[in-house]
Write a protein that binds this ligand. Structure first.
Ligand SMILES: *Cc1c(COP(=O)(O)O)cnc(C)c1O
Length: 333
């Protein structure tokens, strides 16, 4: 049996696996099943909380009392980290990037309410100096007598990977409960950790399904390298001690980078139309940064006949609803 490292219960799991009958029928392709990880909490919703169950457990094990992490202004990961910190009585420091006016909306608003120490840098400086910022804030907290724990972008590292390895156990049961054996699991990829976890988890828990990450930024090679890097680091750290029966070099890493659109957190009209269509057809809300792009990608691929012969596909709804509000102006009604 696979042995997990320490974990604290933060997410509301198992999440439902829901069949989207109406939209599937409209498309005439395979049935689309949605793993509702947008329901892992209310304000804590989304995929990041699954990773944080392991990452924050590690922080506590090391006796840390402060979490430092980073992301875009509307980062779901930063919001989830800020709320977890508040729940556990930890301090949190966020390093955010933005070139706009830092409008107090969506996730950023929740960050503030959660009492996070918020630091916003222009994009160029952020990408150039991120490591330096981490060092600098660590020092400040250390000097104040705190013990900081650093969490990388999206909590996508060798510890965070466990979140979606564990989620694959849920999927295994979901598939057997619904009597389905999907050949494809689709997720949005932003920092690659969800895809890395699903890819390893699918193998470890014998789901017999390929995982496709729909990139929302960067390019195909970036995600192939990133997923490989996270998996290697994971295996190096845990491979000898956690009864891991998995040949990571044999894992198939599939990235579709055809639906990135104009760039990170920027989407075309197609994506906004898709979000509105799914909301009105199924009562499910996607976001314009991640899930809207990935779902639009999946639907486009189904329309192009890419899933012919498959009866069921699974889409991981990774959350992101608060990222919808700051982009309300992109919808026309
Ligand atoms: C972060 C995020 C993703 C991408 O997950 P990664 O593990 O960073 O690739 C997808 N959807 C939502 C809503 C997210 O917040």
């Amino acid at each position: 049996m696979l042995e997990y490292p320490s974990r604290i219960k933060l997410a509301q799991t198992p999440t439902p696996l829901q069949c989207l009958d109406r939209i599937s029928e409209r498309l005439g392709g395979p049935r689309i099943w949605m793993k509702r990880d947008d329901l892992t909490g209310s304000a804590l919703s989304g995929n990041k909380i699954r990773k944080l169950e392991f990452v924050v457990a590690q922080a506590l094990e090391e006796g840390c009392d402060t979490l430092i992490t980073c992301g875009g202004l509307q980062s779901n990961h930063c919001r989830a980290t800020a709320i977890v910190a508040a729940q556990l009585g930890l301090k949190v420091c966020l390093i955010l990037r933005d070139d706009g006016d830092g409008e107090m909306d969506g996730n950023l608003f929740l960050d503030h309410l959660s009492g996070a120490n918020i630091n916003i840098f222009p994009r160029r400086d952020y990408f150039k100096n991120l490591n330096q910022y981490f060092d600098q804030f660590s020092k400040t907290y250390l000097q104040a007598g705190n013990k900081p724990f650093l969490i990388p972008t999206g909590a996508s590292d060798e510890i965070g990977i466990w979140g979606y390895i564990a989620a694959c156990e849920e999927l295994k049961k979901d598939f057997s409960d619904n009597n389905i054996s999907p050949k494809t699991i689709v997720t949005a990829s932003g920092s690659g950790g969800t895809q890395a976890g699903l890819t390893a988890g699918s193998d470890l828990h014998n789901l017999n399904a390929d995982v496709i990450g729909f990139a929302v930024c960067d390019d195909q090679q970036y995600f192939i390298d990133k997923v490989n890097k996270d998996l290697s680091a994971w295996y190096e750290r845990y491979g000898n001690s956690h009864n891991i029966q998995c040949d990571i070099t044999g894992l198939k890493i599939s990235v579709n980078a055809d639906y990135i659109g104009p760039g990170y957190a920027r989407a075309d009209k197609n994506v906004f139309d898709m979000i509105a269509e799914l909301a009105s057809t199924e009562g499910v809300f996607l976001d314009p940064v991640y899930t809207g792009k990935a779902f639009y990608g999946l639907v486009s691929e189904i329309k192009a006949g890419k899933f012919q012969g498959e009866s069921d596909v699974v889409f991981i709804h990774t959350g992101g609803i608060f990222g919808l509000f700051p982009q309300r102006k992109n919808f026309s009604f």
